[in-house]
Design a protein around this ligand. Structure first.
Ligand SMILES: NC(=O)c1ccc[n+]([C@@H]2O[C@H](COP(=O)([O-])OP(=O)(O)OC[C@H]3O[C@@H](n4cnc5c(N)ncnc54)[C@H](OP(=O)(O)O)[C@@H]3O)[C@@H](O)[C@H]2O)c1
Length: 222
């Protein structure tokens, strides 16, 4: 058993989710940012890879006071469980995601994570070891399911998204495509990693919306 896995990102019309500098880049529109906030508030957990934490230092909090209040009224914490995938615990102990906003954190790591880093990070997050070299994402999803996570939002980056697709764990992909070109062969894309050369994962288009700056596509697994 696993949670429903929803990937959400914003990209340029040429498929880039950041520039070749690999730093946080505002790609979405104001409308899309509000939609993502709503999506965050409606999920039980939000997951990112350590690459995204190191590049963007996101807090992954629900920004709207009204949505946080609604979660509280429903007996939930203000923010969904924040989940980081980090094989060797490279996460800095002052990372925003470990400190900003109320709510629990969970770091999935591996048996090669240094003991002293595990102890240090346990002050801020639950650390769960699944996998030898890299985080075993199937096991991670089972662990999340045990913790009552029914719906998880994956916010990147491209390396983590590729692995989730490869493991057949992605149920839905939501992508906001903005009317800009970023380019650059080293700029990250929605799906990086090794890529597929056959058995391409297939999705069907479930909805298409537009605003003045772009298109929002929702794809569901076939
Ligand atoms: N536009 C958007 O919506 C958006 C959203 C998020 C990120 N981004 C951009 O994406 C870039 C970061 O993406 P990224 O691809 O470098 O990093 P990432 O996907 O966030 O994290 C990848 C890292 O996770 C760790 N990991 C552990 N187990 C894994 C597994 N089973 N499969 C895959 N990864 C595993 C690996 O590092 P270890 O081996 O050290 O654990 C791996 O290098 C940044 O430039 C950021 O700005 C854009």
């Amino acid at each position: 058993m696993k949670p429903y896995v929803l990937v959400n990102t914003a990209m340029s019309l040429d498929g880039k989710i950041s520039t070749s500098l690999r730093r946080q880049t505002r790609i979405s529109s104001e409308w899309d940012r509000r939609r993502v906030d709503f999506l965050r508030a409606s999920c039980d957990a939000i997951m990112v890879g350590i690459g995204t934490v190191l590049s963007d230092n996101p807090s992954l909090t629900v920004k709207s006071e009204e949505l946080r209040r609604k979660r509280r009224d429903e007996g939930k914490e203000e923010n969904p469980l924040r989940v980081i995938v980090d094989s060797s615990l490279r996460i800095p102990k002052n990372a925003e995601v470990l400190h900003k906003g109320e709510g629990k954190r969970l770091i999935f790591s591996t048996f090669r994570a240094p003991e002293e880093r595990i102890k240090e990070l346990q002050n801020f997050a639950e650390v769960v070891l699944v996998g030898e070299e890299r985080v075993n994402l199937k096991e991670a999803m089972k662990e999340l399911h045990k913790r009552e996570v029914k719906r998880i939002l994956v916010e990147g980056g491209g390396t983590l998204i590729f692995s989730l697709l490869k493991e057949g764990l992605v149920d839905e992909i939501c992508v906001y495509i903005k009317n800009i070109v970023i380019g650059g062969e080293r700029a990250p894309t929605l799906v990086d990693g090794e890529g597929f050369i056959e058995n391409f994962p297939e999705f069907h288009l479930s909805s298409l919306l537009t605003d003045e700056n772009g298109v929002l596509l929702r794809w569901k697994r076939r």
